[in-house]
Design a protein around this ligand. Structure first.
Ligand code: FAD
Length: 332
């Protein structure tokens, strides 16, 4: 059955669930469709979220789902496969296995994917001892033998090489084919970083822990954690199917409350439009979007109720034989 609801939220991570909780508490009918693959799932613990430091990402979301459900939010484990404007002005979302959902407003909170350097072992250990964000997991490996593996994004690789010594002065930068010369090389070396040129062939893992980075010539450089700079791929297919276009920064533009430029009644929050959003920022963006969605729905409700009130007065007037005269109540 195709039912009309106030808000459908695609993505049940920090952004989507926060919005769901706010809207559920505001007595709105909300359905969250979530494929259940949050970006930080490979990590066993999460940092930088006040009050939840060290909590497992899965546990945070389980709490979030429970809290949202307590306010009447329906959470569906499914994947949205398409979206189109509904004649009513809302959006109809098609699902992989369930029936389509039509809602007056849509919030896309589908996150992003991390495209990792194509080096054997990197994907398998991502979120454990292959890391990308020192603010999330740097403290846990501080003063240990660390490394940065350069990737396709040269600026990000150089930035990481400069930044990671903040957590450990025992730092190696594997350029892995990236041409790092001139000022960049001097700046990195000035931080006490050892630069190792040459191709990286893989990782040496023992007892389920990173022991070394292996070069193509067979040399092993002992390391305990490796930072990489993934290419971020926003999960914005639904937004683009609805007509949104990516801006110059590679992301669909939204206003400070998450409203998608040029798409009425559509919002986006979290990593899908902001790769820098940590969990707490994604949650904040979800909250802001919920506030904006609430204001939008309120305005439409008032318009409809006003129209209904005018109609009702007219009908009443017709019933009393006064049709055609100007009803005082409606005029006021
Ligand atoms: C390894 C790792 C560790 C991290 N550690 C930290 C940390 O310690 N602290 C921190 O603040 N940040 C951390 N981050 C960043 C954190 O993952 C993001 O800030 C956060 O996940 C963003 O939340 P989000 O709601 O935007 O997206 P997500 O959490 O990725 O949630 C998006 C949800 O949408 C779902 N989805 C996607 N497409 C569809 C679809 N078509 N239909 C239905 N559902 C869909 C996904 O399955 C997912 O459940 C880490 C990231 C990584 C990669």
């Amino acid at each position: 059955m195709n039912q009309i609801i106030d808000t459908v939220i695609i993505g049940g991570g920090a952004a989507g669930l926060t919005a769901a909780q706010v809207l559920g508490r505001a007595r709105r009918s909300v359905v969250v469709v979530d494929a259940g693959e949050p970006r930080n799932a490979p990590a066993s613990h999460m940092h930088g979220y006040l009050g939840h430091d060290g909590r497992s990402p899965a546990e945070l979301l389980a709490i979030g789902r429970r809290e949202a459900a307590a306010y009447g939010v329906r959470i569906v484990r499914d994947a949205a496969t398409g979206a189109e404007r509904a004649p009513s002005g809302g959006t109809t979302v098609t699902l992989r296995s369930g029936a389509p959902l039509t809602a007056r407003t849509l919030l896309v909170a589908t996150g992003l994917g991390d495209e990792l350097p194509d080096v054997p072992g990197v994907a398998e250990r991502f979120g454990r001892d292959v890391l990308h964000c020192p603010f999330c997991h740097g403290y846990e490996v501080c003063d240990r033998p660390l490394a940065v593996l350069a990737g396709a994004n040269a600026a990000m690789s150089v930035h990481q090489a400069l930044l990671i010594p903040q957590w450990s002065r025992d730092m190696v930068f594997f350029t892995n084919g990236l041409d790092v010369e001139g000022a960049d090389r001097a700046r990195i070396e000035a931080r006490g970083v050892r630069i190792v040129d040459g191709a990286v062939a893989g990782l040496t893992v023992e007892d389920d822990a990173l022991r070394a980075v292996r070069l193509a010539d067979g040399t092993e450089v002992p390391r305990e954690a490796l930072f990489v700079g993934p290419r971020f791929v926003p999960h914005d297919d639904l937004l683009r199917e609805l007509g949104a276009e990516r801006g110059q920064n590679g992301y669909v533009p939204v206003d400070p409350m998450g409203a998608v430029a040029g798409l009425p009644a559509v919002w986006a929050a979290g990593n899908v439009v902001n790769p820098m959003a940590q969990v707490i920022v994604a949650a904040g963006a979800g909250s802001a979007a919920a506030g904006s969605i609430s204001a939008y729905l309120l305005e439409r409700d008032v318009e409809r109720e006003l129209a209904e009130a005018r109609d009702g007065v007219r009908r009443e007037a017709r019933g009393t034989g006064l049709a055609g005269s100007r009803p005082q109540a409606a005029a006021d």
